[in-house]
Design a protein around this ligand. Sequence first.
Ligand code: FNR
Length: 190
Amino acid sequence: IPMKLVVLVGSVRQGSYNAAIARALHQLVPAGVTVEILPSVAGLPIYDADLQAAGFPEAVTRMADAIRAADGLVIVTPEYNYSVPGGLKNAIDWLSRLSPQPLAGKPILIQSASMGVFGGARAQYHLRQILVFLNGMVMNTPEAMVGAAHTKVDANGQLSDPLTRDFLAKQLQHFHTYVRRISAGARIDG
Ligand code: FNR
């Protein structure tokens, strides 16, 4: 059964280690899974209820449509000051105002990378908390936090570390099973 995943990246910089992981995912997923990276969160204005009242920005509705059409969402993000980067939070804030709300019931996988030893663990737990309110179906384990990310991405921006690649591939196998279980349940529930 084919499966489609879309990827939201929490960093907007050119040389982002998290973006390097996002670009590697299509090589790491099980057979039959396609991966598409969503447009940068930098394309969204800062959330403003007045803007919303005038009509959702097209970049928001396009992002929401892509998430709705996908079987699962992968969020790959750095940690900024022990939390989620503002740009990612802003994207989630916009998405949360749509109806139907595109993250509700959606299988979600979180990955993070940082240059420190914890690999963005603290941001992951803030992100999980945000997604509780939005009813995202975030996979619990295995978790993937990539520490010392600058030693695992090469000069060409490729995720080169074999252990990290193996570990992420294993996590994606679990997510593949998780997505199938949730979508099977959704069919049964109608
Ligand atoms: C950071 N960085 C960082 N790292 C970390 O492990 N914990 C943290 O709380 C923070 N805080 C933080 C705040 C801000 C404003 C910046 C710019 C950076 C370092 C961060 O992990 C590093 O810059 C990564 O390279 C960012 O990810 P990308 O852009 O490479 O994907």
